[in-house]
Ligand binder design. Structure first.
Ligand code: FES
Length: 191
């Protein structure tokens, strides 16, 4: 298809088409490298199969290939308890902060087990920079947050904060109190 467009459009069109085709993966590789800390390789031979004597590669693609093994599989998360004591964890990508807390014996209750029907997993994101990287809360989450004790402008439900590369280094405070469905002294068990 590329070759037929080339023959109809002449030399100017050929250059334009080629640059347009090539710019997409360059931009994508640079973006992923900057924002996710890893990169990937992309061979332009994909676009140039009909032109068998033209084999292109770029410095970006080459570097991306060398650094291809650096993809993050977990992120660093710090929980700060009500006494100010910090606990540092590695949390796998895709795991919620509630699950991470339970797996590491951190006292963050989750009375409804992540079904957004309570506010006992309330956490406070310590830095606005990280708060702004989170997905927007759903209406259901906002409804539950309205019931949370000590609501702040960076409050979220721990079960709705899911580990992703951009959140590497996030710090979460556990409020001094929660509106709790369980009796005093309840300690959540890991799932
Ligand atoms: Fe109930 Fe998160 S555990 S809303």
């Amino acid at each position: 298809m590329l070759l037929s467009k080339v023959s109809r459009g002449g030399l100017w069109n050929w250059n334009w088409m080629l640059l347009r085709q090539l710019s997409t993966p360059i931009t994508r590789a640079g973006y992923i490298q900057r924002h996710y800390g890893y990169s990937y390789s992309y061979s332009y031979t994909h676009y140039l199969q009909p032109l068998k004597h033209h084999h292109f590669s770029t410095t970006i693609a080459s570097n991306a290939s060398k650094e291809g093994g650096e993809k993050k599989e977990s992120i660093s998360v710090t929980f700060v308890d009500k006494d100010g004591v910090e606990k540092h964890l590695r949390v796998p990508i895709g795991m919620s902060m509630l699950e991470a807390a339970h797996e590491n014996d951190i006292e963050l209750e989750g009375a409804c087990e992540g079904s957004v029907a309570c506010s006992t997993c309330h956490v406070i994101v310590k830095d606005m920079e990280y708060y702004n990287k989170l997905e927007e809360p759903t209406d259901e989450e906002n409804d539950m947050l309205d019931l949370a004790f000590g609501l702040t402008e960076t409050s979220r439900l721990g079960c709705q904060v899911i580990a992703k590369p951009e959140l590497d280094g996030i710090r979460l405070a556990i409020p001094a109190a929660t509106r709790n469905f369980a009796v005093d002294g309840y300690v959540p068990k890991p799932h």
